[in-house]
Design a protein around this ligand. Structure first.
Ligand SMILES: Nc1ncnc2c1ncn2[C@@H]1O[C@H](COP(=O)(O)OP(=O)(O)O)[C@@H](O)[C@H]1O
Ligand SMILES: [Mg+2]
Length: 209
């Protein structure tokens, strides 16, 4: 390139070598785009990892040989804003009893249930199962007593099978039994891919209901 002239070979060499310089620079510039895609997921992940662990002081197991009796004794609960939701609630629920908790919107039905599930702790009174205060029962064994169907079920963006059997470790027979018991079998049978049907994020590929 002496004296400002560039030979044909020099042009080719320049073009091919310049890629070695611009390539990494482009990659560095694209890092921002790359990171902007993972930052929201990373934030949510760290939010979950940073959650406080549930204190589990409980050591007792629930004896189930004579069934389960649930009792609320003088249970009171107020959220942080101080307004009481439950005030001295007493209720006894015996084994096999079907109970409907009915009340207006905001009257405290979900709060009542969340207390039973130990998502909340009563400020006064106690909730007992077979006479034992539920806070003294080991969390694993306690949660094993409940099956909850929420108002807004969360569906993962996998297949129906993965949503029913999260770790895919249940044998097929038990899986089919669960489908049958819940009444999901007739709906699954209508799908071309059956339980391998991908339902999309939170069931976006399914119709409501
Ligand atoms: N996390 C919360 N913090 C403060 N107030 C709440 C919270 N959750 C519910 N509440 C209030 O407690 C009351 C009872 O709510 P909830 O138990 O959800 O009622 P229901 O399920 O009967 O509709 C409502 O007034 C609601 O606004
Ligand atoms: Mg509710």
């Amino acid at each position: 390139m002496a004296e400002g002239h560039l030979s044909l070979g020099g042009v080719f060499a320049f073009i091919s070598y310049s890629g070695y310089v611009t390539g990494p620079i482009m990659m560095l510039l694209n890092l921002r785009i790359f990171f902007s895609a993972i930052i929201p997921s990373a934030e949510r992940l760290f939010q979950i990892l940073g959650l406080e662990e549930e204190p589990d002081a409980g050591k007792l197991k629930v004896e189930q040989d004579r069934g389960i009796q649930i009792e609320y004794r003088q249970v009171s609960y107020a959220y942080e804003n101080g307004r009481s939701i439950l005030k001295g609630a007493d209720i006894k629920i015996a084994q096999g009893e079907k109970v409907a908790i009915v009340g207006e919107n905001g009257s405290g039905k979900t709060t009542f249930l969340n207390l039973l599930l130990r998502f909340l702790e009563p400020q006064e009174g106690e909730i007992t199962v077979n006479g034992t205060n539920i806070s003294e029962i080991e969390a694993d064994s306690y949660r094993g007593l409940f099956a909850v169907v929420d108002q807004a079920p969360y569906l993962f963006s996998g297949t129906i099978r993965e949503n029913i059997d999260l770790d895919l470790r249940t044998d097929r027979e038990a899986f089919l039994r669960a489908c049958e018991k819940s009444g999901a079998d007739s709906f699954i049978a209508k799908l071309p891919e059956k339980e391998e049907c991908v339902i999309g994020q939170n069931g976006s590929m399914l119709s409501g209901g």
